[in-house]
Ligand binder design. Structure first.
Ligand SMILES: Cc1ncc(C[n+]2csc(CCOP(=O)(O)OP(=O)(O)O)c2C)c(N)n1
Length: 582
């Protein structure tokens, strides 16, 4: 039977269907739902790891032990996991290992739009790229078989459009066939699995030979194929862009590449011989285009289509018309453009603890090196209270660097609880060890809120909702050696201000845990306060906390009671006492 599934649901289903029994991930849009869905299948082990590198090591360990394994991550997660990817390519495994990695063209929810196909070439690791949910299911099986046949991890690439769109998938309710028998005990094989230089030197030629063999495999695998059409135009494409390009060039000859690394040179030449003109339709980098050009083929690609952002059939069509590849289609019916829609910038939720913290930080005038999570929204006006943000875990090192550069401002690093456990622990060690004085503020809402409330080592629950040991950030930093540690609910503004002043004036490295549970998670709500229009002098100070229920009327501020969470922050900041708690 057929079932409508998102790409992420299909990756999870394919993993289960083809015998993955251990999987680990750290959440990140657009990949988070892969592990969340996989964890619902029976007789599997699934875990949220504190970061992507750990998740990959866990999956590698399972594959060393002879169990098919998966890990999943967003594209920037691969930067964190890369060290492990590179060694696993050298060691190989005992059972299939698939890394599902989801790129985010157009940066719908990311700090960059890196093209992770480059990782395949860089790490010398095969990569396949499904075009829809059914292929996402099937390619999981193909990747696991390929992994075992060639003794290598295999990367399965997704993009936001595939991960989050639904298309039909061949589905059965029956239990999948049992995975291959497990080895009775761990087979020790240090020559293969201990990557000291002497062993690694022996493994490198294996990696190079394997790549040759994979290139041969790419010639005959059914996931790479030529779709005959007009000889006037040949389109090379992979992934979701194959479907987009089919809409725009229905008559062209297509080279559909399911395997994007290594590439099938003979098949490419066979295709090139059948067509007069070759055009590569690919998002982001000219990855396929450069490979084809290196083969000496005359190819068009990035001279027609942008190197930035996400493609769509309409974008491909308009570029193709401009390049004279197709006639301009009849004008489509008038649609309202994006520009006609009211612009609604993302905002912290009413009642969010991050808002109270950043209000205090802004009022104190400190320099804030930020991190990635819901709280990053504090950079935007009217809060305007975050001054750097790079990648997860960067806040603390950057603050320490600014401090060591001799800057006189008070500098604090702010990061969330999930981010702290992902990549904040090593930088707090660095500050302590190198006698820095940086104040690190963990804005602890007891959730990985930004990506959908996934559990993490601090929440006390596993992915299955089972109770787990709580990794307490306070105990952790005290255990490392921090002596100046305070915990405060940021809604206690006076106390928060006092602690902040005490920490920033001190030369000691320190940690403040600003703890207020995420209100979307706890669903806690209080009666909304009321504005007394007679007392309100319309000074706008309350509006500067950037809380959406506060609405500017002609001569006073009004509170939208439907949106208000009743947190009372506006009551505290109003100098006129015109906002009254009920
Ligand atoms: C390397 C990497 N992995 C994953 C993500 C996706 N991501 C961004 S922030 C974040 C965690 C947010 O949780 P937390 O730090 O607790 O802040 P909150 O959103 O709860 O305020 C995640 C998983 C990312 N941007 N980079």
């Amino acid at each position: 039977m057929k079932k409508l599934m998102t790409g992420n649901e299909a990756f999870a289903y394919g993993a289960y269907l083809y015998g993955v029994r251990v999987a680990a991930a750290y959440p990140g849009t657009p990949s988070s739902e892969i592990l969340a869905n996989y964890a619902n299948y029976p007789n599997v082990f699934a875990e949220w790891a504190p970061n992507e590198k750990v998740s990959l090591d866990v999956a590698i360990g399972a594959a060393y032990a002879g169990k098919r394994a998966m890990c999943a991550m967003k594209h920037v997660g691969m930067n964190v996991a890369a060290d492990s990817l590179f060694y696993a390519v050298y060691t190989g495994l005992k059972a299939g290992l698939v890394i599902v990695c989801a790129d985010d063209p157009n940066m719908h929810s990311s700090q960059n739009e890196q093209d992770n196909r480059n990782y395949a070439k860089f790490a010398k690791c095969p990569m396949i790229e499904p075009a829809d949910s059914e292929e996402a299911r099937q390619f999981m099986g193909i990747a696991l078989d390929m992994s075992e046949q060639f003794d290598t991890p295999v990367i399965v690439r997704s993009v936001t459009r595939l991960s989050h769109s639904s298309t039909p998938v061949e589905y059965t309710d029956e239990e999948p066939p049992a995975p291959p028998e497990e080895p009775p005990a761990y087979e020790r094989d240090p020559l293969k699995f201990v990557m000291v230089p002497a062993n690694a030197r022996r493994r490198h030629p294996v990696v190079e030979e394997r790549l040759q063999q994979l290139a041969e495999y790419a010639e005959t695998t059914p996931i790479n194929y030529i779709e005959p059409g007009s000889s006037k135009l040949g389109i090379v494409s992979a992934g979701v862009n194959y479907h987009f390009a089919k809409e725009v060039f229905p008559d062209a000859t297509f080279l559909k590449l399911g395997m994007v690394y290594p590439l099938p040179k003979k098949l490419i030449r066979e295709f090139a011989n059948q067509v007069e003109k070759i055009v590569v339709v690919e998002e982001l980098d000219p990855f396929l285009e450069e490979h084809l050009k290196l083969m000496g083929l005359e190819v068009q690609g990035k001279d027609i289509f942008p190197i930035l952002g996400e493609f769509s059939p309409s974008l491909i069509r308009s570029c193709a018309v401009k390049a004279g590849l197709i006639e301009a289609p009849p004008a489509p019916p008038e649609l309202k453009s994006d520009l006609d829609r009211p612009i609604r910038p993302p905002m912290l939720c009413p009642g969010c603890g991050h808002r109270a913290l950043f209000y205090v930080l802004r009022e104190a005038g400190v320099l804030v090196t930020g991190d990635i999570g819901c709280y990053t929204l504090a950079f935007a006006p009217p809060l305007s209270a975050m001054h750097t943000t790079g990648c997860m875990g960067a806040s603390i090192g950057v603050a320490h660097g600014i401090d060591r550069a001799g800057v006189k401002d008070d500098v604090v690093a702010v990061l969330g609880d999930s981010t702290f456990l992902h990549s904040g622990v090593h930088p707090v060690i660095d500050v302590l060890y190198n006698q820095g004085s940086t104040t690190t503020i963990i804005s602890d809402n007891n959730a990985t809120a930004m990506t959908g409330f996934q559990e993490h080592p601090g929440t006390g629950k596993t992915i299955q909702g089972q109770p787990a040991k709580i990794v307490d950030p306070e105990k952790l930093v005290r255990g490392i050696g921090y002596e100046k540690v305070d915990i405060c609910d940021p809604y206690d503004i006076d106390k928060m201000e006092e602690i902040l002043q005490d920490h920033t004036r001190s030369d000691e490295p320190s940690v403040i845990i600003a703890r207020h549970p995420c209100v979307l998670h706890t669903r806690e709500k209080h009666p909304p306060p009321e504005v007394d229009p007679e007392t309100c002098i319309n000074c706008g100070i309350c509006l500067d906390i950037g809380c959406s229920p506060l609405v500017q009327e002609e001569d006073h501020v009004r509170i939208d009671t439907l949106l208000c969470n009743g947190c009372g922050l506006c009551v505290k900041v109003c100098p006129q006492e015109a906002i009254i708690e009920k």
